[in-house]
Design a protein around this ligand. Structure first.
Ligand SMILES: NC(=O)c1ccc[n+]([C@@H]2O[C@H](COP(=O)([O-])OP(=O)(O)OC[C@H]3O[C@@H](n4cnc5c(N)ncnc54)[C@H](OP(=O)(O)O)[C@@H]3O)[C@@H](O)[C@H]2O)c1
Length: 254
């Protein structure tokens, strides 16, 4: 089955760099019109210009996913300006680092406001509009190996990503007969702004040497699974939480 997305419209949250920007390029290359969203619109304009210059269709829109009330109006704008809404990629996320004994209430709340509440309300607002329009919608949540693996020093992040995995399955069940496929991708470690300060440290180097293949992944390692889950191939895939981690979570590191 192909991965062509011509005629589809996609929204990507937190797309001002890292995986989100990569997903926008990938969606546009498959023919989708892409709403590139981020908190700071000035940071996504160059990506929109790049996609447009290479023949794609994209527009920049400001969205803070922790502002639940802003999500519905943003999606209305996407439908009005890009002509539809077929794909939502819930990519925005924060790291939530900090030992549990030290983590502030504010940092815990921010982690859950972005990683969990943002995912839930973006999925719900997108689902309402996809169901009303009668489209074969695709909602893809970017979870993490932290959804099912303990990452030391990241208890809030792990809890939030475990919640994303279970939300994915619960929403998939609720909307199973409404034409929607709701799935999650759990990537292993890929160097982006969320973790780039860690890898040069002694602890980071030790962790890297513990991976079976002694390396980080590249964003492009996610492409095949990503395109499967946002495209026609996902017609019978819903509620799946798929790990793509280069074997990083296999036991017996070192
Ligand atoms: N890199 C990895 O190893 C890895 C592995 C597994 C899962 N993931 C997940 O992949 C997703 C993308 O992360 P990344 O690695 O590409 O890191 P990243 O470059 O830090 O990207 C995270 C994005 O989320 C945005 N964001 C943060 N708070 C937001 C908010 N309130 N509203 C809207 N956007 C917000 C950030 O924008 P600002 O610049 O405005 O903060 C940034 O664009 C995250 O959900 C992350 O948990 C990453």
């Amino acid at each position: 089955m192909g991965t062509d997305l011509t005629g589809k419209t996609a929204v990507v949250t937190g797309a001002n760099g890292g995986l989100g920007a990569h997903f926008c390029r990938l969606l546009a290359a498959q023919g989708a019109a892409v709403a590139v969203t981020a908190r700071r619109i000035d940071k996504i304009r160059p990506l929109v210009d790049e996609i447009t210059a290479s023949g794609g269709r994209a527009t920049a829109m400001a969205l803070d996913v922790s502002d639940a009330a802003a999500i519905g109006p943003l999606l209305d704008r996407v439908q009005a300006e890009l002509g539809g809404l077929d794909i939502l990629v819930n990519n925005a996320g924060v790291g939530g680092e900090g030992l549990a004994l030290d983590l502030s209430i504010e940092d815990f709340d921010t982690t859950f406001a972005v990683n969990v509440r943002g995912v839930f309300f973006a999925a719900r607002e997108a689902a309402k509009r996809m169901i009303a329009a009668g489209v074969e919608g695709r909602i893809l949540n970017i979870a993490s190996i932290a959804s099912h693996t303990v990452l030391p020093g990241l208890s809030a992040y792990c809890g939030s990503k475990a919640a994303v995995a279970m939300l994915t399955r619960s929403l998939a069940r609720e909307w199973a007969r409404r034409g929607l496929a709701v799935n999650a991708l759990c990537p292993g470690y890929i160097e982006t702004a969320i973790n780039d300060a860690w890898w040069p440290t002694e602890g980071g180097q030790r962790q890297l040497k513990g991976f079976p293949r002694r390396r980080l992944m590249d964003a492009s390692d996610l492409d095949a699974a990503f395109l499967m889950l946002v495209g026609p191939a996902a017609s019978a895939i819903t509620g799946s939480v798929i790990t793509i981690d280069d074997g990083q979570t296999l036991p017996g590191g070192g």
